[in-house]
Design a binder for this molecule. Structure first.
Ligand code: ZN
Ligand code: ZN
Length: 90
C-alpha cells in the first residue's frame, strides 16, 4: 500500500511530520512496531497532542488500522485498551 504524502488531517503537503497514532507511556514504540504512523503537518501535529478529542480520534484511527490485520482481542492484549468499544458504549 502506497501512502500519499499529505497531511491526514488538513490535506496540506508541506511541513509533514510522522505522528504515532497511539502514543503515551510505552505505546509509541508499539505504534512503531505495528506501523500505526501517519503523516501530518506541523500545525496539526501540535494540535493533536493538546486536544483531547483529537487524541481520541488519533487512538481510534490507530486501532482501526491495527484491526485491518489483527483482531480486537489482540489489540487489547497488546495495547491494554479498547478505544473503539469504549466510545461506542457512550
Ligand atoms: Zn495538517
Ligand atoms: Zn505525534
Amino acid at each position: 500500500m502506497k501512502e500519499k504524502k499529505e497531511c491526514k488531517m488538513c490535506g496540506r503537503y508541506d511541513y509533514l511530520e510522522e505522528h504515532h497514532l497511539i502514543f503515551g507511556r510505552g505505546l509509541r514504540g508499539l505504534s512503531d512496531k505495528y506501523k500505526l504512523v501517519i503523516n501530518i503537518c506541523r500545525p496539526c501535529h501540535n494540535k493533536i497532542h493538546k486536544d483531547k478529542d483529537l487524541m481520541n480520534w488519533s487512538r481510534q484511527k490507530g486501532q482501526k488500522m491495527f484491526e485491518k490485520n489483527h483482531t480486537r482481542k489482540e489489540f487489547i492484549k497488546i495495547f491494554g485498551k479498547d478505544y473503539l468499544s469504549d466510545k461506542e458504549q457512550i
